[in-house]
Design a protein around this ligand. Sequence first.
Ligand code: AMP
Length: 220
Amino acid sequence: MNNLILLGAPGAGKGTQGKNLQEQLGIPQISTGDILRENVRTKTPLGIKAREYMDSGALVPDEVVVNMMAERVRQPDCDKGFILDGFPRNTSQADALTAILKELSKDISCVIGVEVETKELIRRLSGRRVCRGCGLIYHEIFNPTMNTGVCDECGSETYQRDDDKEDTIKARIEVYEKETRPLIEYYKKLDKYFGVNGIGPVDAITEKILSNVVKGCDNP
Ligand code: AMP
């Protein structure tokens, strides 16, 4: 079983790699950001609470995301494994995840750290466009859609996320450095961390993750 975590700064490519891994491994990619954005879009009580944090680039309070994820990993589609994208984002979320999985007699197989330098993150995030329909991720310059504003795959509209604006990008990277980066050491100590260089062709990075990382993980 592969119970994977994708760790990395905003813009490192967690979402893109998560989609590829989902396809190749046949297990769900669970993106906290996507779930939260869907709640914001449909104006659920959770979405209304989360919005102000997301708009400023801050983390949504732990109790909100932890409860959300506790429910999500219990769903039957996670029985054969899962790919967590964007969770945990600090050590208290990581502790909570361990406890949630323990209750289900599960454990993390490995944590894949997608490593990209800050200058490149800013370049990627400021040009990022996302499909409203299928969630595919593009870049205005480096990976544009064939027709501006229209997803190549499903034909839905592509858009720029509210938090992909310059000030919010900076805040999100700072939050990553302060809150999330310590998780690298946290999972290294547990012997579960594998770092992958996140620069290069998307499919080559996926291949590297599959052949060098996933096959070498513990399989609880
Ligand atoms: P992402 O799509 O992963 O970049 O997440 C977008 C935003 O959702 C973040 O900037 C946070 O405000 C919020 N968010 C996503 N995952 C978490 C998490 N694990 N803990 C707290 N907030 C989160």
